[in-house]
Design a protein around this ligand. Sequence first.
Ligand code: AHR
Length: 354
Amino acid sequence: MRKKILATALSLTMAATLLVGCGGGGQDASSDKSSDKGGGDKKEIVVGFSQVGAESDWRTANSESMKSTFSKENGYELIFDDAQQKQENQITAIRNFIQQEVDYIILAPVTETGWDTVLKEAKDADIPVIIVDRMVEVSDDSLYTAWVGSNFKLEGQKACEWLKAYAEAKGIKEINIVDIQGTIGASAQIGRTEALNDAVKANGWNLVAQQTGEFTQAKGQEVMESILKKGDDINVVYCENDNEAFGAIDAIKAAGKKVGPDGDILVMSFDTVKDGITKTMEGEIICNTECNPLHGSRVEEIIKKLEDGGTPDKQAYVEEGIYAHSDDVAKVTIDGTDYEVTKVTQEVIDKRAY
Ligand code: AHR
């Protein structure tokens, strides 16, 4: 859209210059200059953002971050589309953005696969695509310009290392674990599930059940209820996000069991949204691995670099922490790197921006 506006501004400027050159107008050079400025430099950058949906507190914080960054005051026009967790809606949104000739397309993909065709359409239309949060798996990397998001496998590895160390510290001999997975095929699910499957194998844990909770509280609760009904021995639930954990905790309590370090079941989670780390301080969630949603400024940095004619990093991981109810485990080590575990206090919660 801005490309068209810039072209129009340029031809108007050229026409004005020609008129002045012919000596026919009363315009002086300074008024010419200010009209240039008004018509060219100050135009908004038009950004189309296809968001996954509003399935979790994390997602709400992520949408807020994008909306506050890509605001009118900051020089943007943001076209925001909520896909309600459906890939077909995201594909339609991207096609609409192409038709509207936006300057940039930002995509937070629901799942990794199935993007080749529509991203090729964006490339053919010469619109840079920035992927945020989850990843895309495409046959040709040039179909997107840059990606910024979390290392979901590393998040899962941190959580599993924490569980291993905690079980050792507490003398827990047997781990009977349930995995409430995220949306199947989403990078956040793939990485976190993969890390758990590896740890189950390596440590001889018993994986009692593995089922998707689609990253929502309602589904997390429903899945946990049905698993509990089977009556299996369960002492750990690995929820792949905070909202699933909230649902699972409700289901466990409703079944007459206690969550927490002195209870029947330890609940683990990811995200560390405000309610998530509050429950971590209280012990209802025993360990919570951070997934940072504040991507607005990170994406803006990429756009600014492109606007300045630079080349942003193709892929950039966000740095994230790990939080726990207690200080029984001080750090976890993954591939030779130490990650300090933060015990959640009120101060930690007060500082949380999401
Ligand atoms: O892709 C990030 C994940 O998606 C977050 O863990 C989850 O809460 C969200 O819905």
